[in-house]
Design a binder for this molecule. Structure first.
Ligand SMILES: [Cu+2]
Length: 488
């Protein structure tokens, strides 16, 4: 198997939370867990100053927490999320990697919630959703970068219905990596020491973790930064990667470093070494920082864990190279030299234009070309895909992902199954460098299904949404807001 870094070359930030039973001394994340198949949560988005570990900046956060609440669900659950917008601009939600409906109140980024209004999302998690780490974040075209950078994101953990036996009972940690970029600061810490780049793990610049010698933990690590890659190392340790972007790997990959590009997540096993202190390092490579940064420290101490070594984890995945390919497409990612506009096939995003139409139930092969010297990360909503070639050279089959970095002046070829039961409708693919997405590097796709059942599903969801949109429009008119803030 190729090293993961060939497939997943870059990474951004990290945050971490201990489960209630954890002995780690890191800050605990707020978690909400589904009950009886339903997750009911209110997320209140509001502007709030964020302050931690000697830095402060104007943030935008959910429920008063920069690192965002963690949502825990299981395949087959319904996420019923009430979004309250207490910002001064429209916002919305995207459920990154969840293979759910883009229609109606689902993972529908055409929804814009005006300031002061609220909106109830109803997002079914399909029964065959791969378990692992996902995330939610604001996804308003033109405002994604400032809103996500401000803090409007959080982790989703899809728990397995039946975990591999060797993972049962392992302590889990959730590590949320974020970035905040400060253009000019009078603060010597931000200006001189951090060079304007605040990286955090679970809302801290530095976290402390504790494990017993020989103990194995399952860490869910996600790069939720707006623009930065994260390269992580844990001194004296290697990571056993068992899933990427929620998609299980056919065989676990042992890595010295995790290369997390924009939006990427990994589920890794960490086996604590002998007693001692080990730095968690954010490598300066590709972050723009001038030196490696210590994001945290793992303290290994106490009596050795009474825990057997965890045997290698494997998974059975469909190799899409055997699928019948209904269409071949290629897309070129380019930009203006002054970074004012970013393009897919020389076009900036227009939500009134459908760029690609695909028949539901088919499989396509796309070649994504980065015809620039900049970093671009491809992401498509509602599904996972398989990377089959990088720069024209065949890639070994390791698993399915929902993000991939396209090499500069190079290409990635992917096979995309438009077969998920819930994916019929209109959604988008884009560069997950949010500065690029906001400036145009996004396109819309419609997956069509002409059957009566699918048409009725779309019709009813649209009627439901229209009533809700009418209420939002009335709200906007009453408060003198632009109707564009309602997605019109
Ligand atoms: Cu880009």
């Amino acid at each position: 198997m190729p090293r993961m870094k060939h497939l997943l070359p870059a990474l951004i930030g990290l945050a971490l939370a201990a489960s209630p039973a954890a002995a780690g001394v890191g800050p605990a994340l707020v978690e909400h867990t589904s009950r009886d198949g339903v997750l009911d949560v209110t997320l209140t988005a509001a502007a709030q100053e964020v302050a931690f570990d000697g830095v402060r900046f104007p943030g935008m956060v959910y429920n008063g927490r920069y690192e965002g609440p963690v949502l825990r669900v299981r395949p087959g659950d319904l996420m019923r999320i009430n979004l309250e917008n207490r910002l001064t601009a429209p916002t919305n939600l995207h459920f990154h990697g969840i293979e759910t409906t883009p229609r109606g109140r689902g993972d529908n980024i055409a929804i814009l919630v005006p300031p002061g209004a609220d909106f109830r999302y109803e997002v079914p998690v399909p029964a065959n959703q791969p378990p692992g780490m996902y995330w939610y974040h604001a996804h308003v075209h033109g405002l994604s970068e400032p809103q996500v950078m401000g803090g409007l994101s959080g982790a989703i953990i899809v728990e397995p219905l039946s975990p591999p036996p060797q993972l049962a009972g392992l302590r889990e940690r959730v590590l949320v990596l974020k970035d905040y970029i400060v253009e000019d600061s009078e603060d010597p810490l931000i200006e001189d020491e951090l060079h304007g780049i605040i990286q955090s793990v679970n809302g801290r610049r530095h976290i402390d973790l504790a494990m017993a010698p020989g103990e194995t933990e399952l860490w869910h690590i996600g790069n939720q930064s707006s623009n930065l890659l994260f390269h992580l190392r844990l001194a004296g340790h290697r990571f056993r990667v068992i899933a990427v972007d929620g998609g299980a790997l056919r065989e676990e990959a042992v890595e010295e470093a995790l290369h997390l590009h924009h939006g990427a997540r990994v589920d890794v096993l960490v086996e604590a070494g002998p007693p001692g202190e080990y730095d968690l390092i954010s490598d300066r490579v590709l972050t723009g920082a001038r030196k490696d940064r210590q994001l945290g420290r793992l303290v290994v101490r106490g009596p050795p864990a009474e825990q057997a070594a965890v045997s290698p984890v494997t998974a059975t995945m469909a190799d899409l190279r055997g699928a019948q390919i209904a269409a071949e497409r290629s897309f070129s990612f380019t930009q203006e030299r002054d970074e004012s506009r970013f393009y897919i096939d020389r076009k900036v995003f227009d939500h009134n234009r459908t760029d690609v139409t695909v028949q539901h139930g088919t499989v396509e092969r796309w070649t994504l070309r980065n015809d620039s010297d900049d970093i671009h990360t491809f992401h498509i909503h509602q599904l996972h895909f398989q990377v089959v070639a990088v720069n024209g050279r065949p890639a070994a089959f390791t698993g399915h992902v929902d993000t991939v970095r396209i090499p500069e002046r190079g290409s990635v070829t992917v096979i995309i199954p438009f077969t998920g039961a819930l994916m019929v409708g209109r959604f988008v693919f884009h560069c997950h460098v949010l500065k690029h997405e906001d400036r145009g590097m996004m396109a819309s796709i419609e997956v069509v299904d002409a059957t009566m059942a699918s048409r009725l599903d779309g019709l009813f969801r649209q009627i439901d949404l229209l009533f809700r949109q009418a209420a939002l429009v009335a709200f906007a008119l009453r408060n003198g807001m632009p109707l564009a803030w309602c997605g019109l």
